[in-house]
Design a protein around this ligand. Structure first.
Ligand code: ATP
Length: 281
């Protein structure tokens, strides 16, 4: 079995005159949590939908779990879990009915009731989906994505609408699935989410991959200058430097005791991301 869960070469997709995906190369390993980042309209959903077999490509090669999604059959599909951007429409049924029903489509499903518990909906299992809040409905979507016990799970902006506690709970669920060996591909606009979950991220802008790597080292982030800041009677002072320790040592020599409001800051993933996207504009 190949180590690669997803292999994409020169992927292209146009909608009329608009080039949505413009030659993407991507390798996602089995067992990896991979996050696709990028501004609205960058081509993330289009790419993911092609990988899921929901959308035709215009060019390039794609292999997902060893098969071409454009030609793969039901057995292949049963190995995927999919949480689309738009919510599930099963409003007339209860959470339990919906998750049980969905489980019956898969050859080796997880226990539906434990999935309902995993996504934090045990207290709402007998509620009709139309009576749930937006965030609770999103949790149903996630439950339907994982109940088939997928080898590869696609999550398109999974935590949009979640409250902070639900988001942390979801992160725990992803870690658990990842520990069990599930490969996970997610798109998100939350950079803290990508940093917390992903072993690697890919940044897409205008249909192309503009950066690829581990969150901690993306685009040389770990080697970027640090910003040292502190307060003086005349206001805040800031120094950008490759040697923050030296700057702090000089400040220690200069101040008698505590350095007021001292901070040393490296670029966050968000700083790096915004820099990359800014270059594309
Ligand atoms: N069915 C469609 N018909 C025509 N144009 C489309 C269609 N789907 C997407 N597009 C266009 O293709 C481009 C890429 O869209 P896509 O949904 O892949 O972006 P995205 O990165 O997922 O954005 P977002 O972060 O907003 O979800 C956009 O300009 C969008 O308007």
């Amino acid at each position: 079995m190949s180590d690669s869960a997803v292999r994409v070469r020169e992927l292209r997709k146009k909608y009329g005159d608009l080039t949505a995906v413009d030659g993407i190369d991507l390798d996602i390993n089995r067992g990896e949590v991979f996050a696709l980042l990028g501004p609205n309209g960058a081509g993330k959903t289009t790419t993911v939908e092609i990988l899921e077999g929901h959308r035709r490509r215009d060019g390039g090669e794609v292999s997902v779990l060893g098969e071409d999604p454009g030609r793969a059959g039901r057995l292949w599909r049963s190995k995927l879990g999919i949480v689309l951007q738009s919510a599930t429409d099963a409003a007339e049924f209860t959470v339990r009915e919906t998750v049980h029903h969905f489980a019956s489509y898969f050859p080796r499903p997880r226990d539906p009731d434990s999935v309902i518990e995993l996504v934090g909906l045990a207290g709402k299992a007998d509620a009709h989906i139309r009576h749930l809040s937006g965030g609770q409905r999103r949790r149903v979507d996630v439950a339907l994505g994982v109940v088939g016990n997928p080898e590869l799970l696609f999550l398109d902006e999974p935590t949009t609408g979640f409250d902070p506690e639900a988001r942390r709970q979801f992160w725990g669920l992803i870690s658990l699935l990842s520990d069990e060996g599930t490969t996970i591909v997610l798109t998100t606009h939350y950079l803290d989410e990508a940093e917390a979950l992903a072993s690697r991220v890919g940044v897409i802008a205008k249909g192309r991959v503009v950066a690829l790597g581990e969150p901690a080292t993306l685009a040389g982030r770990d080697r970027a200058d640090a910003t040292v800041s502190w307060s003086t009677p005349d206001g805040e002072r800031r120094v950008k430097t490759p040697t923050p320790t030296k700057v702090v040592a000089e400040l220690i020599a200069q101040f008698d005791g505590e350095i007021p409001d001292l901070t040393v800051r490296r670029p966050t993933l968000e700083d790096t991301y915004l820099g990359l996207i800014g270059e594309q504009l």
